[in-house]
Design a protein around this ligand. Structure first.
Ligand SMILES: *Cc1c(COP(=O)(O)O)cnc(C)c1O
Length: 219
């Protein structure tokens, strides 16, 4: 199926209040252009270098989402270019974001990435450490945490639902608190294979790559 058909089919299935992010990592600009022509304005990349290259060469009214792990030495390249950093996964990174953004007098919009399955292969904050990072976020002047991002462990629908529900529970709890610089606006969860379950469990932001652009080929 074409990119156009894929987007059309996905859009049909997701409610208006859910933001669809087209995850365009590894894909050429022509593919992004096809998605743009279908009305897509939110694009997700997992590498800073690739995001920057595409940023320079693509439409300026696009909202770029950094969804991959962010190294502290690369934060400086993102200022003024990304709409949302989905991958705040350590206090060290938080402090670097605060430092770099303060120097530019800009506000960083971030999501706290939670490692909900406590997988060693994944980055993200453990559930029990969320309070710690929030304490640090409250001290910031140039960082706003606007929600949570999660990549759940691989598993069947039942298992997916368990982790999505668990994440939504955390999101709900944080929503009821009145932390400085923290506001639960976005719940970024769900990818090609599991976005329907994610939405059923309360996601309002899904990140879809292969379901839109077809299989990725890594060299
Ligand atoms: C690649 C990626 C996606 C999209 O995955 P698909 O299975 O292609 O939909 C979503 N989120 C993150 C963090 C990714 O790295």
């Amino acid at each position: 199926m074409s990119i156009r058909e894929n987007i059309f089919n996905i859009q049909k299935e997701i409610p208006d209040k859910v933001t669809l992010i087209a995850v365009s990592k590894t894909k050429p600009l022509q593919d992004l252009e096809d998605a743009y022509e279908c009305g897509m304005r939110d694009f997700g990349e997992n590498k800073v270098q690739e995001l920057m290259e595409k940023y320079d060469r693509f439409h300026k009214d696009v909202r770029w989402h950094l969804i991959g792990h962010l190294q502290t030495n690369k934060v400086k390249y993102l200022v003024g270019k990304v709409h949302l950093i989905h991958s705040l996964d350590s206090i060290k990174l938080l402090q670097q974001i605060e430092k770099v953004y303060s120097a530019e007098n800009m506000i960083a919009r971030v999501l706290i990435q939670i490692n909900i399955g406590k997988e060693e292969s994944k980055t993200g904050i453990f559930e029990e450490d969320i309070e710690n990072i929030i304490e640090e976020i409250e001290k910031c002047n140039y960082v706003k945490a606007l929600g949570i991002m999660v990549i759940i462990p691989k598993g069947d629908v039942e298992s997916n639902r368990f982790y999505f529900r668990k994440t939504k529970g955390i999101w709900n709890t944080l929503s009821e608190k009145n932390y400085k610089n923290v506001q639960m606006e976005y719940l970024s969860m769900g990818m090609t294979k599991d976005y329907k379950t994610a939405i059923e469990e309360g996601s309002n932001m899904v990140r879809i790559g292969e379901g839109i652009f077809g299989q990725r080929i890594y060299n």
